[in-house]
Design a protein around this ligand. Structure first.
Ligand code: HEM
Length: 481
């Protein structure tokens, strides 16, 4: 039986209660204020030690976060599988997340990187900054023009296999288009298999790896047999192809691919043996978000007839009315079609990653709370983007809100955080936008498309990365005359 009065049921109250009986002296005031400073955010710890709130959290993690915010306020801690995760949902906490020197990206991701790509923590920490700078430079805004021609060619090559008309599952269609294009561009032209059986194998293993990524990032591999099998298959694929990627020279331009630059750096740092592992990380980072974003953008556009019509008119005015011949897409063409970019960004806003994480190095104050060192500080771009304070009518697909963003200066809307933030913001963001822009232009240039199913629900199962569609969504396509 618990005989404490209600107000004393948490530790902080008990301590204040005891202090209130002691004589008022300088030392005790200091003691009291020290405890006040160390007041922790409300904590959801579940009933089972170590597992904590793991079961409830794991069922529908996105909904769990929102319900906890409503119940416990803007800062709260959840204990899951022995990990303390403190969520910040309003200005004060977000500011700490964005600006504090006491929080760290690398220490937050070193464990997931170890589990998902078998890169030891010491190697990851030693190489991360150099690798990030390399990758960011290769895909930076000033190097982007180097990808435009290649992306257009690769996409057109893939679209030629589509035939004149048909019906297909939109998600499958996007995978069949973007897996080969992305792999051939970032790793080596021709790396993606062309043999039917091998293509099927690639799809099967990448999807299994991607779907299990979240569990894989936390649990021992021995508990995830199928996921582990797919991880090994992908690592073996890179192991086999690394020598080829390394020596391959592009026929047109002597410009090393992103993976070639990574391999050069690994060689310089005497860590070549980890090449397949970094290959796997780059593969996952480049496909896991871009493919669902391309899917959702198409689905949103096709389910908004006015937007669809305006985009079709724009494409016809820039490239001509009917699409059979190959076209070239230039930077200038893209600038003439801003609505397409707004649609992609609005889609990313609505389907943003469930969380991004940082490690707390030294205790940080947020509101009246002190978040202890060792906690993971979590921010949910998904929920942040649904806050009407930052995005009016947040649930509506309103591409025109992006008119306000200074995209010419490469700035997104305030509080848009789908690509993370700070020093290690997503280095592939400009390439992802470019790839999806060209993809939309080419599909709509060649085909009349329509949705055969309503916009599917988004799955609330995943926190890492953008939301996946739940259930089928077919499109009908017919070559334009
Ligand atoms: C719409 C598509 C994409 C979204 C929404 C997205 C989102 C993100 C997010 C949220 C992060 C973590 C940043 C942080 O915590 O601050 C990240 C990291 C990363 N992304 Fe992306 N990304 C996308 C596309 C891409 C593409 C196409 C590539 C590569 C070609 C890429 C490569 C990476 C890499 C390498 C990192 C890790 C950076 C590091 O280790 O410091 N991403 N991305």
């Amino acid at each position: 039986m618990n005989h404490w009065p209600d107000c004393l049921k948490n530790r902080r109250c008990i301590i204040d209660f005891i202090i209130s009986f002691l004589p008022k002296g300088g030392r005790l005031n200091i003691l009291s204020s020290k405890w006040k400073n160390l007041r922790r955010p409300p904590c959801i710890r579940g009933w089972i030690p170590w597992i904590g709130a793991g079961f409830e959290f794991g069922k529908t993690p996105l909904e769990f976060i929102e319900k906890a915010r409503i119940k416990y306020g803007p800062v709260f801690t959840v204990i899951v599988m022995g990990t303390r995760m403190t969520f910040v949902t309003e200005e004060e906490g977000i500011n700490v997340f964005l600006k504090s020197k006491e929080i760290n990206f690398e220490l937050a991701v070193q464990n997931p990187v170890y589990h998902t790509a078998s890169i030891a923590k010491n190697i990851f920490l030693k190489l991360h900054e150099k690798l990030y700078i390399t990758v960011k430079g290769k895909m930076g805004i000033f190097n982007l023009y180097k990808f435009t021609g290649q992306l257009t060619e690769e996409l057109q090559e893939q679209l030629q296999n589509l035939g004149t008309h048909g019906t297909t599952d939109l998600n499958k269609f996007m995978r069949h288009l973007l897996y080969p294009v992305t792999v051939n561009i970032l790793f080596k032209k021709g790396l993606f298999p062309t043999d039917e059986r091998k293509i099927r194998e690639f799809h099967q293993h990448f999807q299994a790896y991607d779907e299990g990524f979240e569990y894989g990032s936390q649990l021992p591999e021995c508990l995830l047999r199928n996921w582990s099998k797919s991880k090994k298959w992908l690592l073996a694929l890179f192991e086999k192809n690394i020598p080829d990627i390394k020596t391959h020279k592009s026929a047109k331009e002597n410009y090393p691919t992103v993976m070639q630059a990574v391999l050069d750096l690994l060689e310089m740092e005497a860590n070549e043996q980890k090449s397949p592992n970094y290959g796997l990380l780059l593969l996952w980072a480049s496909l896991s978000n871009t493919v669902p974003v391309a899917f959702w953008t198409f689905a949103f556009v096709l389910s908004h007839p006015n937007i669809h019509r305006t985009i079709m008119e724009g494409i016809s005015s820039v490239f001509g009315t009917a699409g059979k011949d190959k076209i070239k897409v230039s930077e200038d063409d893209l600038k003439k079609l801003p609505l397409i970019k707004w649609c992609i960004l609005e889609t990313i806003r609505l389907r943003a990653p469930g969380v991004i994480a940082r490690k707390v190095l030294k205790p940080v104050k947020i509101l009246d709370y002190t978040v202890p060192s060792g906690d993971l500080l979590m921010l949910s771009p998904f929920w942040l983007h649904r806050n009407p304070k930052y995005f009016p009518e947040p649930d509506l697909f309103k591409p025109e809100r992006w008119k306000e963003a200074n995209l010419e200066k490469h700035a997104f809307l305030d509080c848009f955080m789908a690509f993370g933030s700070g020093k290690y913001q997503c280095p592939g963001r400009w390439l992802a936008l470019l790839e999806i822009q060209i993809c939309i232009i080419l599909i709509f240039y060649y085909y009349d498309c329509s949705l055969l199913d309503p916009l599917p629900k988004q799955s609330s199962l995943h926190l890492v990365g953008v939301q996946q569609p739940e259930g089928r969504c077919r499109i009908q396509f017919k070559q334009r005359k």
